[in-house]
Ligand binder design. Sequence first.
Ligand code: TXA
Ligand code: MG
Length: 323
Amino acid sequence: MKPERTVSLGPSEADLDQAAALLRDGHLVAFPTETVYGLGGNALLGNAVAGIYAAKGRPSFNPLIAHVSSKEAAQDLVHWSGLAEPLADAFWPGPLTLVLPLKEGHGVSGLVTAGLDTLAVRVPGHPTARRLLEKVAAPVAAPSANPSGRISPTTAAHVMAGLDGRIAAVVDDGPCAVGLESTIVGLAGPDPMLLRPGGVATEEIEAALGMPLVQRNAADPLTAPGQMLSHYAPDAPVRLNASIRSGDEVLLGFGAMDCDLNLSPTGDVTEAAANLFEFLHRLDGRGRPIAIAPIPQHGLGLAINDRLRRAAAPRDSGVTGAS
Ligand code: TXA
Ligand code: MG
């Protein structure tokens, strides 16, 4: 990816206006939350979200949290529930993330949810984060702002140490108060489930809900029970490394070629990542087997190939889960 100059901004109105404009335009901006610094990208723009994975050097697509400025903004994206209400009232804004079913017309890139039909949403408590999100007026996808495999950043200096030259800007507003990622509660299944322990204690959540949280089995992938694992794989059989159609297959292309949909006619792996989940869904809707062109093993090509291998694996092999 192209190196860029990473601008250091502060929490002033003028600087947050600049950060918000960068995010709206699809650039990446790291910003403080009360838990850790987030690596933000406009969740509505596939290329911006692909850029997040590229900047972090993530070898696989994990679903990301959409950060919004208010409960109402969250309700535009997901089907609200009777359990979400008391949790949002008690802990938002704050270090709690709720996973809920996506709403029709949500507009969020399929790369944010990694193809799931649920979305993780959070209203961060840090006032600078909230002012920034208000100004962006769009959901901002943000994993922790560290290169993949490194520890989560709790200062702007940590962010710069890992990501300088890979993102457009960092908003520096001092160290994060909580220093630990948000607690994630899954509300898309039959029972409320603790998906990740974090900044809000489990007992506090159970007290607000008036019922216990189902614990995630440690052996299960984070997105497993009741979280619609099967949506990681298309219904149709998938054949990889195909250059032409065979039988009644539809062909998902890459680079200059004759095909039904092309992930990137110019052979750009970042553009291909941005289109991946959306195009798989569209081709799956045609009810025919899917053949997929070879994707080069560089940059986001690694994560694309990881996801495609899962999509093509036998459906009972247990390898379709998130990593
Ligand atoms: O405190 C935090 O949550 C920080 C700050 C920046 O907000 N963010 C953060 O993001 O920790 P990240 O990407 O490092 O972790 C997000 C977690 C991942 O483990 C992912 O699997 C899970 O959220 N997740 C996201 N969407 C999900 C979904 N639809 N279903 C289940 N889990 C989901
Ligand atoms: Mg992280």
